[in-house]
Design a binder for this molecule. Structure first.
Ligand code: SF4
Length: 108
């Protein structure tokens, strides 16, 4: 098996499940729709997405990520975004997102 940093095949970076009944779940995606991060790996961590905060049925704070396209906007772009934010993960403490921290999905 070839290590990821040696292969030119980028098939592991994403895929589109066009048969999904929830497609398109996040409006505004401009590139290939990346379904690999359907459950965003950053949901329990600090992130630069435009999330809202909801209280679930157990009284726990959760992110509402409906308005976020960062993990879905392109195969390579979304892959690189997630890898970057997993390098030094910091637990999210339930705070509301600071609008000045929200990343523009079109910017690198
Ligand atoms: S706001 Fe976006 S980046 Fe942040 S956890 Fe939700 S889907 Fe992931």
């Amino acid at each position: 098996m070839e290590p990821k940093d040696a292969t030119k095949n980028t098939g592991y970076m994403g895929f589109t499940n066009s048969a999904c009944p929830f497609m398109p779940c996040h409006p505004g995606v401009e590139r290939e729709f990346n379904c690999l991060f359907c459950y965003c790996p950053l949901s329990a961590n600090e992130c630069p997405g435009p999330y809202g905060v909801i209280i679930d049925r157990n009284g726990l704070k959760r992110k509402d990520c409906s308005a976020c396209i960062l993990p879905h906007n392109g195969y390579k772009r979304a892959w690189n975004f997630i890898q970057r934010w997993l390098e030094r993960p910091t637990f999210w403490d339930g705070h509301e997102q600071d609008p000045s921290r929200i990343k523009d999905p079109a910017a690198d």
